[in-house]
Structure formats: structure tokens, C-alpha cells
Design a binder for this molecule. Structure first.
Ligand code: GLN
Ligand code: ZN
Length: 748
């Protein structure tokens, strides 16, 4: 029997970010819906042709989206909140994603432990699902017209409900399950009539801890869907981890196939190989990593698949999850060091790996040589990866290196910085103006030389320092004009990282990022921020805060090595940052902020693994900052809310000052911090920088009042929620004026 070759999903932004450009053009009114649809159709057709041409047997369908796949399901199930209804289906859709005038958009949050963000559907106890299946049906037919059979991909009912939020207090979204299943049943029957042979139902929520009631709901859902008579065959996909107790529940139902992530849960294969219930089912073995960029070790992947051959009804070889988390094509990266490049596989290359593995299972392992080096991966012994001095240094780390003097001693030593109670500061970046972006682009294309670029950045820093003095802020920043991105800026200067030219990955909607590739031992050949920070400090009597990105965030927003534990890589990054802190201190800087906005993002999906993660994550931060003398004040900054699960970690960072995103939740976090016994200084953001508006002085005073109710004034800082880089000066100047004024009033 031939092994089927497929993938669970594919990028949709276009190899040159065509979708981003088309969507933004439509938003700005420079194109109409017809033009946007034409681009979308072309991108979708190009993907189908490419994937079919590379030799996949079954293609995932319905993977295209104008913004987000969860948002697509809000329209699919007819649960658009009234406030968004607009003149057309498309405008309603974008209104939910981006808001409109005075209407706030749906909440945006991270998709499991990835840096992809989805829009959170809103449910109430009165929610009525009204199926509107035009999108998946049209997608299926359009592919068919090109001669391509697709397997429509949908979010499964459990994951859909578990990721939605109830806007009726105390109401459980899961209680809508039966009503939602009616809609799925209707949808499945329509897809079957339209000729779909299979449908893929994505259930990544099953790799998180689930209660007995949720597992029971899972059983009910798939018992019901599987016993429908008019339906395509059902493939349930779990990914990003081990489905654990959800696995026997799923296999006991009559679903036809199961897709499993054997990259994040390699041990699962032995369990699957002996499950009698799989003898009559299709198993889609996710052996090609959909989330990282290394070439697959084909020999290992082949032996994993071989374990299943003969013990499951039908074997398919696939990616561990959708390829939407990796860039399109390594071939586009002509500037990469060939020794790094030859180890990489982006989406296209991963499809080729799936195809050759499928062939090897039918025709024998000999065909693997068709893809060249059959081992791949970042692990090969080569001077590129092994830098003995880095490993020696990491091996010599002692517990004391992660330990600063006691907090009270630090507080006393830091009094000489001379800060008032309710000290005011910002989070680091000031608006990235068109002039700044132009200077960076001009440097890249050699229209200006490095000296001219430096001059432009220094002028910008001088302007930002002058502005902050005029506004009366207490702790100043240089404004980060020289940083394209808070991770990429450091990755470009550290050894062990490569950056790409076209390696874009969708983060949310039209926002794409180019994660750096961490391929080797990390070290710092030269100071990275010292000249800019010292220059800023030379312009003012007030303290200037040095600004670094923390080790966990650098890892979270990069593609990382998979040949050693993340904890080991994190310590290497931390040692480089530790040297940077030391150099800043030698240059006379008294305050250093180490940002960790992604601390929450890397938190493992299973509670049992979270403590171990927090231990190494916190340890790496402390290694980065642990060399700072008592008199140097260490700040950290965290955002992207939902701190609950990492409160203990925040305390563990042992920063002197912690600034947090808190304006949207109206200071809720302060109660949680107090309950956790947190006693160091904190700056809960009072100015919500995610909205393009100027908060009034009264509004800010109100939030400061709330904060003062939870934190004594000498431990409270007054600052915005996050960096100001995405805002314009027209809002930032009056907002900061109000902020400084509100702090002064509160102080007196
Ligand atoms: N220092 C960074 C800035 O101000 C922090 C950004 C972030 O938290 N995402 O831009
Ligand atoms: Zn932030």
C-alpha cells in the first residue's frame, strides 16, 4: 500500500508578502475588494499548483485567510457581534480584526506557544450558530477547477469553543457544544456533497491539560460527528504536543484518521504502534517539523514512520503542524552562509522532505539520496557550531552568578541615583518616524554610509533626550531609533545567529516578522548598545536607562537550535547580555532594563512542565543581570497580559523595578502580584499605547489612584504600558505630558 504524502497547512501571506501588501492597500482605500480578491485567488492557486507539482497526494484546503483562521470561523458560524456589522462581508470581517472608529476589535491573543496571534471569538449564552459555508465551499471548488483535490481544514469544535471567550459572566462556552455540532454536521454534509473526500479538524487544544468534563465533551463531539451518514472522512489533527488522555478518547470514536505531532512528542509513536483501535484508521505521522527551520533527519523520520507501517490502517507522512509558522523558501536566501543554508528547510523544502519520505516508505530508503545530504539538522560537528570557549564558559557558571545582593541592600545603594517617589519613565522606544525608517533603508541599500547613518541616529537621540527633559520625565531613554526590531537588532550583532532577507512569517493579520536563526554557540564579539546609550547619557544630567532584550525573548522570537536543550542556549545568550550589562555599567550607566515580553509565550502547554521552564527562564534572566553591582538598578518589562501563570516567575526575576502592561485590565495584575508576595518596585502601565488616543490627565490620575491602593508610593513607578515605537508624536507628546502631570499631582 502506498504511503500518502500530505502537509497540515501552508503559509498564505505570499512568498513576497503579496497578501500583506494587497490587504493594506485595500485598507488604505487605494484598491477595491475586486482587486484584493484577485490577488488572493492568485496566491491560493499558486500554492495549490506548487504543492501538487512537488508531489503531495492530498493538499490541505481552506488554509488561505485574509487575516486569521479563527476569525474565518466567526463568519463561518455566523456569530459576528452586532457592533461590527458593516456594508459588506469583507468590511465586517476586517472590522472584527481591526475595530472601527469607536468600536474596539475582537481581542487578539497568542496561538498556543507560538508567535502567531488569533482573534478571540465572543460567545454568549444566547449565541445562535448560523452556518455560512461560502468560504470553504468556494475554496474546494476553486481547487477542483484547477484539477487539485483538497482536504478542507477547519478548526475542530472543541478547540473552537475552548479558545473562544464568554462575554456572559459565569457562562461556559462548552455548554454551546451541541448547538455548535449541529452547525458542523450541516457543514460536513455540504462539503461531502461538494465532493470533499476528507476534512481535517484541527484540535491543538487537546495537547493542553483538559478536565474530565472537557474530555467527555470531546467524546460526545466526535461520537456525534463520526456517526453522521453524510460526511467526508474525518481527520482529527492534534499538534504542538502529546494529546495524552485525549488520545484514547479520540481513538475510541469512529473518526477515520488521526494526525499526530511526532516532532514535539516523539515518544508517542511507540504508543500508537500498539493501539488496536488504529488498525482500521489512517494515521498521519507528523515527522517533519512545521515550526522550526532545520532540515529533517530523514533517516530518523523514516524509522519513526516504519514503526507505524503495518500496525495502522493507512499511513500518511506529513508535517508536525501547519507550515504557516515557517518562511516560504530557502532558495530565496542567497546571502546566507552556505554552511547555515545547507542545514535549512523552509516550507517548500519541507514539502520536498515529506514527499521523499513518502516515496522511501513505498520504494525503499534508496530514494532519500534524491534530497542530497540525508541527515541534515544543525548538529553536525563543525567549527560553525562548536565554539569551545563558549561551552567552557557556560560550564563554569556558578549559582552565585545568578544572585544579586539582597534587595534591601540594593535599595539603599540605589538611593544615590536620586529618584523621587512615583518616578516617571517610558519603556524604551520612541516613535519610529518615517525619517528613521528611511535612514535605515538608505543604509541597507548603501545610499548613505555608516558614518552618515550614525549622525542621523545621534541627532534623533539628542532630539528624544531633549524632549524627555522638556516633558520632565525622571528616567530617560535613548529611544531605540537604531533598532529595526528588538530581537533582530541583537541577533545581527551576536555570533551564532543568522538573519534572513525574505524569511517572513505571519505574526497576525498583515504583520509579518523575520525571526533570526540561532544556529550555533552564541557569543558577543563587541558591545552592542553601549555607544548609543553613553551618547544619550552624555547629553543629560538625568539618569538614562540602558535597554536590552532578555534571553528568553530572544529565543522566543528566533528559530532555535533543536540539538540541545533551550536552557543551554538561553544561558549562552544570557552570558552575552551579562557582558553588555557590565560594559554599560563601566560606561557609567546606573539603570539597565532587560525586556522579557515573551516570558509568558514560551510557557509549556502542560502544567506539569511549567515549573522546569520557569526555572531555566528565570535563571537565564538572572544570569544576564546577576553581575550588576547593588547600586545599579535593574528594570524588566513584560507585556502581552495573562501574567497569572507566570507570577512566581516574575517575582523570581528579582528585578529592582518591573514595568508591566496593565492599562487594559485596569491594574488587575497588582492584586495578583501582592497576593504572590511581590515586594519590589513595580510600574503598571497607566497609558495604553495599543490604542491611537491620548488619555486624559483624569484617566491617568484614576489609574494611579488604583495603583496606589495596591502599592506604596515609594515602590510605584509611573510609565506607559509598552514601547512607543508604533505611535506618532501627535499622541505621544500630549499623553506623556498628562502622565508627568498626573504623577506630579499624585506625588503632592
Ligand atoms: N523596550 C521595548 C520598546 O520599548 C519593549 C518592547 C516590548 O515590550 N514589546 O519598544
Ligand atoms: Zn511591552
Amino acid at each position: 500500500m502506498n504511503t500518502i504524502k500530505t502537509v497540515l497547512g501552508y503559509p498564505r501571506i505570499g512568498p513576497a508578502r503579496e497578501l500583506k501588501k494587497a490587504v493594506e492597500k485595500y485598507w488604505s482605500g487605494d484598491s477595491d475588494a475586486a482587486e484584493l480578491e484577485t490577488t488572493a485567488r492568485r496566491l491560493r492557486a499558486d500554492t495549490w499548483r506548487d504543492l501538487a507539482g512537488r508531489g503531495l497526494d492530498v493538499l490541505p484546503g481552506n488554509t488561505f485567510s485574509y487575516y486569521d483562521q479563527m476569525l474565518d470561523h466567526v463568519q463561518l458560524f455566523g456569530i459576528v457581534p452586532d457592533r461590527f456589522r458593516g456594508p459588506s462581508r469583507l468590511d465586517t470581517y476586517f472590522a472584527m480584526a481591526r475595530g472601527r472608529d469607536d468600536v474596539a476589535p475582537l481581542e487578539l491573543t497568542k496561538w498556543f506557544d507560538t508567535n502567531y496571534h488569533y482573534l478571540v471569538p465572543e460567545l454568549t449564552e444566547d449565541t445562535v450558530f448560523q452556518l455560512d459555508p461560502a468560504k470553504p465551499l468556494e475554496d474546494l471548488t476553486a481547487a477542483r477547477e484547477l484539477g487539485v483535490d483538497t482536504r478542507p481544514v477547519l478548526i475542530g469544535p472543541l478547540t473552537f469553543l475552548l479558545l473562544s471567550k464568554s462575554v456572559t459572566p459565569g457562562f461556559e462556552p462548552l455548554s454551546l457544544l451541541d448547538r455548535l455540532l449541529d452547525a458542523y454536521a450541516d457543514l460536513l454534509s455540504q462539503l461531502e456533497s461538494a465532493g470533499a473526500e476528507w476534512v481535517q479538524l484541527d484540535e491543538p487544544a487537546l495537547v493542553q491539560d483538559r478536565t474530565p468534563a472537557e474530555l467527555d465533551a470531546l467524546r460526545r463531539a466526535y461520537d456525534r460527528l463520526a456517526t453522521l451518514t453524510d460526511r467526508p472522512r474525518l481527520l482529527v489533527a492534534t499538534y504542538f504536543g502529546d494529546p495524552g488522555p485525549a488520545l484514547p478518547v479520540l481513538t475510541s470514536t469512529a473518526v477515520d484518521g488521526l494526525a499526530v505531532d511526532l516532532v514535539s512528542a516523539p515518544g508517542l509513536v511507540d504508543q500508537l504502534a500498539v493501539l488496536p483501535s488504529l488498525r482500521r484508521k489512517t494515521v498521519v505521522a507528523g515527522v517533519v517539523d512545521g515550526r522550526n527551520v532545520w532540515r529533517t533527519h530523514l533517516g530518523d523520520a523514516l524509522s519513526t514512520c516504519t514503526k507505524l507501517l503495518g500496525s495502522v490502517g493507512q499511513l500518511a507522512v506529513s508535517t508536525s503542524c501547519s507550515l504557516q509558522h515557517v518562511p516560504y523558501d530557502v532558495e530565496a536566501e542567497d546571502d546566507l552562509d552556505p554552511r547555515v543554508r545547507e542545514r535549512l528547510a523552509f516550507a517548500r523544502q519541507k514539502v520536498d522532505e515529506v514527499v521523499v519520505l513518502g516515496r522511501a516508505l513505498s520504494e525503499g530508503p534508496g530514494v532519500l539520496v534524491d534530497l542530497g545530504n540525508p541527515s541534515g539538522g544543525p548538529v553536525e560537528e563543525s567549527g560553525l557550531i562548536r565554539e569551545q570557549s563558549v561551552r567552557d564558559r557556560a560550564a563554569a557558571i556558578r549559582p552565585a552568578d545568578r544572585q544579586r545582593p539582597p534587595y534591601d541592600e540594593r535599595r539603599t545603594a540605589q538611593e544615590s541615583i536620586g529618584l523621587p517617589a512615583l518616578a516617571t519613565t517610558t519603556i524604551g522606544s520612541f516613535p519610529q518616524t518615517a525619517d528613521i525608517r528611511r535612514a535605515r533603508a538608505d543604509l541597507r541599500t548603501a545610499r548613505i554610509d555608516a558614518a552618515t547613518y550614525d549622525e542621523l541616529m545621534r541627532a534623533e537621540i539628542a532630539r528624544v533626550i531633549g524632549l524627555q527633559e522638556e516633558l520632565g520625565l525622571d528616567v530617560l531613554v535613548h529611544g531605540e531609533p537604531e533598532r529595526n526590531d528588538m530581537v533582530q537588532y541583537f541577533a545581527e550583532q551576536l555570533d551564532g545567529f543568522a538573519t534572513t532577507k525574505h524569511g517572513w512569517v505571519q505574526s497576525y493579520g498583515s504583520r509579518c516578522v523575520r525571526p533570526p536563526i540561532l544556529y550555533g554557540e552564541v557569543s558577543r564579539p563587541a558591545p552592542m548598545t553601549v555607544p548609543w546609550t553613553s551618547y544619550a547619557q552624555s547629553l543629560t544630567e538625568r539618569p538614562v536607562k540602558g535597554m536590552l532584550t532578555g534571553p528568553v525573548t530572544i529565543l522566543a522570537w528566533s528559530f532555535v537550535r533543536d540539538d540541545q536543550p533551550l536552557a543551554v542556549t538561553a544561558d549562552q545568550v544570557a552570558l552575552s547580555l551579562r557582558d553588555e550589562v557590565a560594559d554599560l555599567v563601566s560606561a557609567g550607566i546606573r539603570i539597565v532594563q532587560v525586556d522579557e515580553p515573551a516570558l509568558r509565550e514560551l510557557l509549556p502547554l502542560r502544567a506539569a512542565e511549567q515549573k522546569a521552564y520557569l526555572d531555566w527562564a528565570v535563571g537565564a534572566f538572572r544570569l544576564a543581570t546577576g553581575g550588576a553591582p547593588a547600586g545599579v538598578q535593574i528594570h524588566t518589562h513584560l507585556c502581552y497580559s495573562e501574567f497569572g501563570a507566570v507570577i512566581a516567575g516574575i517575582d523570581g526575576l528579582d528585578a529592582d523595578v518591573t514595568t508591566l502592561e496593565a492599562a487594559r485590565s485596569r491594574m488587575e495584575i497588582l492584586g495578583d502580584l501582592a497576593a504572590a508576595g511581590f515586594r519590589r518596585a513595580v510600574g503598571p502601565g497607566v497609558y495604553d499605547i495599543h490604542a491611537p488616543r491620548v488619555p486624559s490627565q483624569e484617566e491617568l490620575a484614576d489609574l494611579i489612584g488604583r495603583a496606589l491602593a495596591a502599592v506604596p508610593g515609594d515602590r510605584l513607578w509611573i510609565n506607559p504600558d509598552c514601547g512607543l515605537k508604533t505611535r506618532g508624536y501627535a499622541e505621544v507628546i500630549p499623553a506623556l505630558r498628562h502622565l508627568v502631570e498626573a504623577a506630579r499631582t499624585a506625588r503632592s
